[in-house]
Design a binder for this molecule. Structure first.
Ligand SMILES: *Cc1c(COP(=O)(O)O)cnc(C)c1O
Length: 392
């Protein structure tokens, strides 16, 4: 009997995307094999993270990188690095807020993931008013407002990456760096395109967080923190088990060695952010595959999935929305009709993306679908639309 059956667990069809609520995506056989290989031996975690840094540097152009337990973990660790630098006294004190504890962020970029900064000991300072929301205004935060908020209490400027984020990263970097303040970027879900692995760092970001379990195709509980070496070294020191005598500890050259470290801190604020060896190795193999496949091949692979779903869907009207990841849009009569179809699908253990349900649109996201899901998904969509039409 399989372990899942023994536990009374059955999978769902996940057409919602690599969302955490539905356990992320499906790992490629090469990634699963690498994780099994890692699981069958023990390693020195410093050597594992040094290898991770070499791979992440090759993929991103960063000075250094580490694998964390997710992008949220990478944000917590990145914040801790901005707060403490390489000062072990400051590391040991977190999450108690020190003098320099503020993270400046455009009010329009606030989201539920930014509490990771507060968990580390940061305080969020909002600037700007996204008055476009009222329908009357045209402005978001201006770079002048960001610059004016920077002061002796500023630990970093926090920037949440979206194609429409304001002010632009380049502008934020200019004023932050002029004041000697780092810029921490949440780019958790900004892949593909592959170019974004480098783009935010090229624009001057000091630290960038990516999810490993989203488009990269790594384990669900993995993430990347990449950027400037002293900050990444600080993040690593605050995540690792440091329960060794001071004199024994050697930070690998990938993280610039022990150079600026007067003494070894205790287990840090990032202990809860740790990635296991399976996650580290799985993520690195997934990252190689993600870069090697490239955007065009990946897009074609995703489109082929959507075509297969459509072919099994019969007469249900649907259209492809092009984008970094192509999507299948199913337009319903109104939001209530969309909710009805969505509920009918869930009753069949099928989950579609509800991000546009307010517009009466259900979205089929191809990233987390198994090949074996495609025909059953198309059939479930046909049946759900038919039953909703009957009921409506
Ligand atoms: C998904 C996401 C996160 C969290 O990523 P995890 O890898 O699940 O921890 C953080 N920020 C944004 C914007 C996200 O989309």
């Amino acid at each position: 009997m399989s372990a899942l059956a023994e536990l009374g667990l059955a999978p769902v069809i996940n057409a919602a995307g690599t969302v955490t609520r539905l356990s992320g995506g499906i790992l490629a056989p090469e990634v699963r094999a690498a994780m099994a290989e890692a699981a069958s031996a023990c390693f020195d975690m410093l050597e594992l993270q040094a290898a991770a840094s070499r791979e992440i540097v090759a993929a991103t152009g960063a000075e250094a990188g580490i694998v964390t337990g997710g992008a949220s973990a990478a944000l917590l660790l990145g914040a801790a690095a901005c707060l403490a630098g390489l000062d072990p006294v400051a590391m040991n004190a977190l999450p108690a807020a020190g003098e320099r504890c503020e993270f400046i962020v455009s009010r329009s970029q606030r989201n539920m993931y930014d509490r990771a900064l507060e968990v580390a000991g940061g305080r969020i300072v909002e600037v700007g008013i996204p008055d476009r929301f009222s329908g009357a205004g045209v402005r978001d935060a201006s770079v002048g407002e960001v610059a004016a908020a920077i002061g002796p209490r500023t630990a970093a400027v926090f920037w949440v990456a979206q194609p429409w984020s304001e002010p632009s990263l380049a502008e934020v970097v200019r004023v932050a760096h002029a004041a000697g303040v780092p810029v921490l970027v949440d780019a958790a879900a900004q892949l593909p395109p592959v170019a974004n692995l480098r783009g935010f760092l090229d624009a001057g970001a000091d630290l960038v967080a990516f999810s490993g379990g989203k488009a990269i195709g790594g384990p669900q509980a993995s993430g990347i923190l990449a950027g400037r070496r002293p900050l990444v070294a600080s993040a690593l020191l605050q995540m690792l088990d440091l329960d060794v005598p001071d004199a024994q500890f050697r930070l690998p050259p990938e993280f610039a060695g022990n150079t600026a470290l007067p003494f070894l801190p205790r287990h840090g604020i990032g202990r809860s952010c740790k990635a296991g060896k399976e996650e580290v190795v799985g993520l690195l193999v997934a990252l190689r595959r993600f870069v090697a496949e490239g955007d065009a091949a990946r897009q074609a692979r995703m489109l082929a999935r959507l075509d297969a779903v459509r072919a099994a869907m019969g007469a249900v009207p649907a259209e492809i929305a092009q984008g970094p990841t192509p999507l299948l849009l199913l337009r319903c009569a109104d939001p209530a009709a969309a909710a009805q179809v969505e509920a009918a699908l869930r009753a069949r253990r099928v989950h579609v993306n509800q991000g546009r349900m307010r517009d009466g649109v259900l979205v089929v996201h191809p990233a987390a679908l198994a090949e074996a899901d495609l025909v059953p998904l198309g059939q479930a969509l046909a049946a759900a639309f038919a039953s909703a039409q009957k009921a409506g």
